[in-house]
Design a binder for this molecule. Sequence first.
Ligand code: ZN
Length: 433
Amino acid sequence: MSDPAASRAISGESAGRDILGLMTELFPICRSITGAGLRETLNILKRRIPLEIREVPSGTRVLDWTVPKEWNIRDAYIRGPGGGKVVDFARSNLHVVSYSVPVRATIPLAELKAHLFTLPDHPDWVPYRTSYYREDWGFCLSHRDFAALEDGDYEVVIDSTLEDGSLAYGELCLEGRAKDEVLISTHACHPSLANDNLSGVGLAAVLAEVLAGGPRELTYRFLFIPGTIGAITWLALNEDKARNIKAGLVLTGLGDRGRLTYKRSRQGRAAVDRAACLVLGQSSPPGRVLEFSPYGYDERQFCSPGFDLPVGRLSRTPYGDYPEYHTSADDLEFVSAEALGDSFEKTRRILDILEQDGTFVNLSPKGEPQLGRRGLYASPGPEEMALLWVLNMSDGRHSLLDIAERSGLGFESLRKAADRLTGAKLLKPEKSS
Ligand code: ZN
């Protein structure tokens, strides 16, 4: 068993500030599923954690998919009939549809409009759009700016390239005493959007940094990948390693002020599902738990039937349930250090359960042993309850997680009780760990 005190050296509050600081640094970068912005992001993370940056060439067959061409962009704008720039990529990278092919043309407004995207219901926000798997181009702008466009000819410039290159992703394996792995996966392919998903990237990076500094029972594998194609690429290249994954979390949307939400893995009752449900259920206010569905983020790939990995998803407000999702309003103001810190702490607690769960045997199972004689309690209270629950249920068949679910007591208090009872020779581990 690892020492929980060492791994809890960072408080949720300071982790939240640290994550927000990292997000602020990464925010301006124009990321996509491939290209220089994604690499720059991974290199910034590499300053904190020993991330390996892997490159997979365009055209590589990965499961039923093919690694796409690499997209890069230097500049883009629309110049109006009056000569001024009416849309400018230099002001926000959301203005260009990600994966837009290069364009240099002068076209009338009516023709241009087929390539413009707005949000009429939120006239000051700029939408986030992509065209990864269909060669096209487009611009996103506020509906207010769109409505002000005058008739006439517009100069359109997208100075981008879409060529054979490679897909980059970051991977970090922190080996523990056991070969069993916990997968922490987060998508790093979105441009200037804070909650989706610099929150996941920042939380995973700070978590990796903290876990790297303490003892570990389990092995942790962190993936910073482009959504969908990154998960598919990793799975295609690592079928052997995937077999060691005994638990996993997809981290996304962890900085908004809503309550935590856990989406179960396809397996539904795997250890990670039970640990997450316990932590969220005992939170105040309690988080909510969603059943698995084959839609969402990269849990779709990890939980595809050919892999069926026990990987759930941790978020705050689910994507699509907040109007700022995939718009310019998902900015650094939309997230808070407090929410990020809370998400960090709850993630840690879920991992602590996976790390410290165990099954014990009561060595004095006939009648209750006399605890007072052994200095194990002074007055009735939650500590006594934890001791009694552990003693009663420890028949070699119930783990501490089982006991936590059945008793409603916190996992940590049961873990402490088990340690005290072991010290008093009233309990022994079922299997030596
Ligand atoms: Zn997204």
